[in-house]
Design a protein around this ligand. Structure first.
Ligand code: FAD
Length: 412
């Protein structure tokens, strides 16, 4: 527990008990921020998964290739929560929230009555119709990753459906293990939605050069097999042999348990720029589940990236402790990274379709460069391929320059 400095929070905010629902990255960072901010009341952290909180980026990278043991992906151990005096309820899903009383019902019949609640329920992987066939996986959880890794051990022919970041990373990891891999996407090039067509083409070449069969521009129509998947059927009528399919077609925000709550839900939980869902700032939303209103543009944004989950959780908790009328609005420079075939791809800001792209340093041929997107001469985003140091300088330049209007309603 904290040592008693600056702990008169109850007098400021009336907070005695904060419940955090969702025990992953944003939830863990939220409880850390509560204690770091001097809150010495009761904290309850509720998580549907039975595992201690773990990090998801290694699930498609180091855990799949076997370069990390599972323990290395853990975000915090039981001692950490014990030291913070956090009551941990793992393997228990929240089933309902009453915003009027802040009562949170839990599976199994128990309930909580905190003074404030942090919603950090992230999202779950979207799945396609499998027709009940075995051998078709998604990759969102530790259990998913372990299941795919185990399936890799049988040296299957792998088909990855969806050439977004998760799909591209799974394809890269499978090739690292020497597996036969095909990646499919209805878009003309991988990662087009986030990186645009020029960088998507560079990614397609990166994958092809590492032996991934890249098949873009055609949708998946279905799967065939007896009890296990044997073929992927494409929209043009052709088929691909497959022993293992990994589907990476996005997530569904974790709002199902809130459907009867009356909270504002629209592809995520709507919150303001302070993270508050309600006017009293007693219900907060953070991480992948949060869809933030931007009053400057009238748009909303939901991010699905690690750094956002960390920064938004810290910001919202700081605002909770500051009390209504105080605090700091959250206006981040969006950031994500991805690792594919040994190349670190990083993006600061977010480009819109039609933005100009100029390679400002390095060499595309070497796959080591920085590119800057701009619109009307104003930089909108910077992307680095294996250039972390060069890219870092762009964070400050992009602060305030990110065109929030163009990322309206974009889950990224
Ligand atoms: P989640 O991590 O989704 O956690 C939400 C938690 O809430 C889950 O544990 C869930 O079980 C729990 N929950 C849901 N409903 C309930 C309920 N009703 N009651 C109780 N608990 C509930 N980002 C990057 O920037 N770079 C990367 O390289 C990168 N790689 C990734 C690789 C993979 C395989 C995945 C899946 C994601 C990756 N990300 C990456 C994204 C990043 O991991 C996420 O943005 C981050 O995990 C979001 O954290 P979160 O806590 O908001 O949500």
């Amino acid at each position: 527990m904290p040592d008693g400095r600056d702990l008169d929070r109850e007098g400021v905010t009336g907070l005695r008990h904060v419940a955090v629902v969702g025990a992953s990255l944003a939830g863990t960072r939220a409880v850390d921020a509560l204690r770091a901010g001097g809150f010495d009341g009761r904290i309850t952290l509720v998580g549907a998964e039975t595992h201690l909180p773990y990090d998801r980026p290694p699930l498609s990278k180091q855990l799949l290739t076997g370069t990390w043991p599972v323990e290395r992906a853990q975000l915090a151990d039981a001692h950490h929560f014990a030291d913070l005096g956090v009551e941990l309820h793992l393997g228990v899903a929240a089933t309902h929230l009453d915003p009027a009383t802040l009562q949170v019902d839990l599976a199994g019949g128990a309930s909580l009555r905190p003074d404030a609640i942090v919603l950090a329920t992230g999202g779950s992987a979207r799945m396609l119709g499998t027709g009940g066939l075995a051998g078709i996986h998604t990759l969102r959880t530790l259990d998913d990753s372990l299941a795919v890794k185990e399936a890799f051990d049988a040296r299957p022919r792998v088909v990855v459906v969806g050439a977004g970041f998760i799909g591209a990373e799974v394809a890269s990891s499978a090739r690292t293990l020497g597996l036969d891999v095909t990646i499919l996407d209805p878009a003309p090039v991988p990662l087009e939605r986030v990186l645009g067509s020029r960088l998507g083409t560079i990614c397609a070449e990166l994958h092809s050069d590492h032996g991934v069969h890249v098949r873009c521009g055609v949708p998946v129509a279905g799967f065939r097999g007896a009890d296990r998947v044997r073929e992927v059927v494409l929209g043009d009528g052709s088929t691909l042999p497959a022993d293992l399919v990994v589907v990476g077609v996005g997530i569904v925000p974790g709002t199902g348990w809130l459907s009867a709550s009356g909270l504002p839900i629209d592809d995520g939980v709507l919150c303001d720029e302070f993270g508050a869902v309600d006017a009293d700032r007693r219900i907060l939303a953070v991480g992948d589940v949060a869809r933030r209103r931007d009053p400057a543009t009238g748009t909303t944004v939901r991010a699905e990236h690690w750094t956002n989950a960390v920064e938004q959780a810290r910001n919202a908790v700081g605002n909770l402790l500051a009390g209504p009328g105080n605090g700091t609005p959250y206006h981040p420079v969006p950031y994500f990274w991805s690792d594919q075939h040994g190349i670190k791809i990083q993006m600061l800001g977010r480009p819109a379709p039609g933005d100009d792209l100029e390679i400002v340093s390095g060499s595309v041929a070497d796959r080591r460069f920085v590119g800057v997107f701009s619109r009307g001469g104003t930089p909108t985003a910077a992307v680095g391929f294996d250039s972390p140091r060069e890219l870092a300088g762009y964070r400050r330049r992009l602060a305030g320059a990110t065109p929030q209007a163009v990322i309206a309603r974009t889950a990224v």
